[in-house]
Design a protein around this ligand. Sequence first.
Ligand code: GAR
Length: 221
Amino acid sequence: MLKKVNLGVLVSGSGSNLQSVIDNIELGKLDAAIKVIICNNPDAYALKRAKKHGIPSVVIDHTKYRNRELFDLKMIEILKSFSVELVVMAGFMKVLTATFLRAFPMKIMNIHPALLPSFQGLHGQSGAFEYGVKFTGCTVHFADEGVDTGPIIIQAVVPVCDDDTVEILQKRILKEEHRIYPQAIQLYAENKLEISGRKVRIRDHKKFEGLPQHNPPLEKF
Ligand code: GAR
């Protein structure tokens, strides 16, 4: 049996990605244990999820800190005290400082609701929707000093349909987020992620066998 990887999950809001990690751990599909959940927003629904599953949670309200550095130092202190090996950003709406990145080098994952490097930043879903792309999706990547720029681990492609609203699209993307995040963490737990510069190679894993997709579908061609 694999050794379980100790996770620290950072959240700011609803925590549905956190929930998918919790559920997959409870189902025995994910060789990980959530040691602590850190939330910067005292009113986040994610805190209720933590409580329901008996997982320690700590609120670190960023508005109470003079600068980002001090806020990050507090997070580092908590994560280290819980022996966290991998930091999982799950809808965590703060940008990490270099101090934090140095404390967990290539041991921080983030999920973004777009196909990076398109539509980085705060409005991944609406950015893609407004732009009029025919496909968008979601990405799990390692965090680096940029915003949504680190080496990509896994992506899921989601079609955009003519009668979509942003809300419908958001839900379609979120459903895939809940699948790819546990997969990325499991690949880490299995020590299958090999980082070389910007590229993440997946050791001893199934290869992509799907066909190119077209939206709208091709008819005669
Ligand atoms: C998710 O869609 C996640 O990809 C996004 O916030 C949502 C959090 O939902 N993250 C970002 O936009 C980061 N730039 P959740 O709290 O229900 O997991």
